[in-house]
Design a protein around this ligand. Structure first.
Ligand SMILES: Cc1ncc(COP(=O)(O)O)c(C=O)c1O
Length: 287
């Protein structure tokens, strides 16, 4: 929130993790959205461009949150081509202070391939726009209770980097204080001790495999039933579009199937549904 002034708005897609709104409210900022998907189900980069233009005209600066890969709540992971287009849009506006925050909480749970690959597309932003990464130690290291995370700011100049660090440290102390020391020690060990790192990697790989089998089962059942949802290749959640989301969620509840209704859609947590339950879940969504 340090990248916006009081009363200014954060920009994020219209499907976003609810606490972004809370973060804004708690810091006297507001939240504004751009349409996430085109009719063809791809990232609506033109909508981002239009809103970014608006934000810069109105507030002279912009802060954009993109949660990728495995966006919560939609499950969508952007393609390399979409990242390239986003970067082109940001560079078009780089004469003004634009900052992109990539919320990469789920980056190690995306489908196949190198989870770092998309970073190559972001390189042209260095030195041109602000570039931040929100990283979750809890999710990356399957340690939910440890409350370890980090904001990585890409700042090339030593003086600017020190100033950024000082400003963020000050803001952290005034909000949630500091990371849990035990958690920091544990995550440091997992990063630096090869044996522990390998053990943790294989533990995470098993969880990811479990999740992937649910994702596969969901896609296999949902497509023939005609459910409408974004391309879903991995991640904890998926969002199924539904015109009567509230009513449908209530109907599903009466069958013992629980989903979270939002505007025009239902969030489904595959992370908490077993593979065996997926057909019942899909039937309830489709009925
Ligand atoms: C999109 C997104 N970002 C960030 C977080 C925060 O992750 P944590 O507090 O577990 O590190 C979550 C947690 O659910 C999330 O869904």
């Amino acid at each position: 929130m340090n990248y916006l002034q009081s009363g200014q708005a954060l920009l994020t897609p219209n499907f976003y993790w609810g606490p972004y709104q809370t973060l804004c409210e708690e810091h006297e900022r507001t939240l504004d959205t751009f349409r996430m998907f085109t009719e063809a189900g791809t990232l609506d980069v033109a909508a981002l461009d239009a809103k970014l233009t608006e934000h810069l005209a109105k507030q002279g600066r912009a802060l954009i949150f993109l949660n990728d890969p495995c966006n919560n709540p939609t499950g969508y992971s952007m393609t390399r081509g979409e990242w390239k287009q986003v970067v082109e849009v940001l560079l078009k506006h780089a004469d003004k202070p634009v900052t992109l925050l990539v919320d990469m909480a789920y980056w190690l749970y995306a489908g196949d391939g190198d989870p770092r690959a998309f970073l190559a597309e972001l390189v042209p932003l260095l030195g041109k726009t602000g570039l931040l990464f929100a990283w979750s130690g809890s999710k990356s290291y399957t340690h939910y209770g440890l409350r370890v995370g980090a904001l990585l700011a890409c700042v090339a100049d030593d003086k600017d980097r020190n100033a950024t660090q000082a400003a963020l440290a000050y803001a952290c102390r005034g909000t949630w204080s500091n990371c849990v020391r035990g958690g920091l020690v544990a995550v440091t060990k997992l990063l630096t001790d090869a044996n522990l790192k390998n053990a943790c990697d294989s533990e995470r790989a098993k969880f990811k495999q479990l999740l992937q089998s649910r994702v596969k089962a969901f896609n296999a059942a949902a497509t023939p039933k005609g459910l409408k949802y974004p391309r879903y290749e991995g991640g904890f959640f998926v969002t199924v579009f539904h015109p009567e989301a509230e009513a449908q969620a209530e109907k599903m509840k009466s069958k013992g199937v629980y989903v979270v209704p939002q505007k025009g859609a239902l969030r489904v947590a595959l992370c908490s549904a077993s593979e065996a339950d997926v057909p019942r879940l899909v039937d309830a969504l489709a009925s």
